[in-house]
Design a protein around this ligand. Sequence first.
Ligand code: ZN
Length: 411
Amino acid sequence: MRIDSHYLQGALEELGHIGSRADQRGYYRLAWSPDERHAHSWFRDRLKALGLRVWTDGAGNSFGQWDIGEGPALAIGSHLDSVPSGGNYDGGLGVLSALAAIKALQDSGFRPTRPIRITAFTDEEGPRFGTGLLGSKAVAGLLDFDQCKNAHDDKGRSLAEAMAEYGFSIDNLPSVKATLPDFYGYLELHIEQGPRLENSGVDIGVVTDITGIAQILVTFFGVANHAGTTPKEDRHSALLAASRFILALEDFIAQEPQIVGNVGSIEVSPNAANVIPSQAKLRIDVRSPNEHALYRAVAWIREHAALRDPDATVSVYHQVSPAHMHTAWLPVIENAAEGLGFSHTRLVSWAGHDAGILAHVIPAAMLFVPSHRGISHAPEEWTAFDDVLQGAEVLAETAKQLAGMGEVHRP
Ligand SMILES: [Zn+2]
């Protein structure tokens, strides 16, 4: 399957003009922003140019379907939104590779036995409203609608208002799941966002599992008092309790091969050098591809927060179950890579993806291409174009197998 490299390169460059800012580095295609919606409309024009049937669902997901064959469609794609100051490859590469893959299949004269649908999901990243994976969750019927109705960005704008600005009603989100029967399965190409492929010199990563995630707010309490006059033995600093907890958590995680964790945020009250802290709020992200290990991490956090401060409160405010890729599809990707002469390895994804949501309800599979120096969610995110092309070729070959095996019929 020959990928039109000029087509793919051109698409990457065009997308690379959407959502950049003159005074800041990286991309700002935040969900329901003018830049994200611009990326979707640009993408829909690209879909139309391939002769596909194009539409947008009630969650703002964009689709283009090659209406050949029968039955539910094989969906291929990713997302077009970015984190603030993100890169052009996270999500975008999966969507554009799908475009290039369909173009290659069309150009080759291949006739799928089932429809193929190129997909760009809305709000995969979630930093604006805290509603990550919104588009794929809506399709999968796994959306927390109450959370969506209460979601606001840091300017106080509600998700409902942001959606309405583009003609979408938040009340239509629950109905999007009615479209799920039209999906046969989902295939996603993505950058690895880590250094394993590059470091090992392997071309293609075949994802076996997508990590589960728990984000936890732990609040420690102390007693605010004068930093100079309070006797040493009478000081109760919430921040000291939190600090000891953080170091203990690091030791716990170091001994757990299947768990990673990060304390990424501390809010201290009253946050003044000369006042003993009365409150310290930690936001923790723990991940594991193993459900039991994830439970173990959350249980550890509850137990050890209480050890440092009996009054500490622990709340899990975001949770995603680990997802397992469709076992029968892993060899399809591997055979496609081998047939093209590319090396491959199986690995776990430590980042969440739309494929991880859809895997709970339909067959799903994912392949990774290398991320240079493992950098992602940053302006330096980059994948060599040779690696991009190889990934698109494997994607096209895998889609060909999944969408209808076999004979190439010239139209
Ligand atoms: Zn992504």
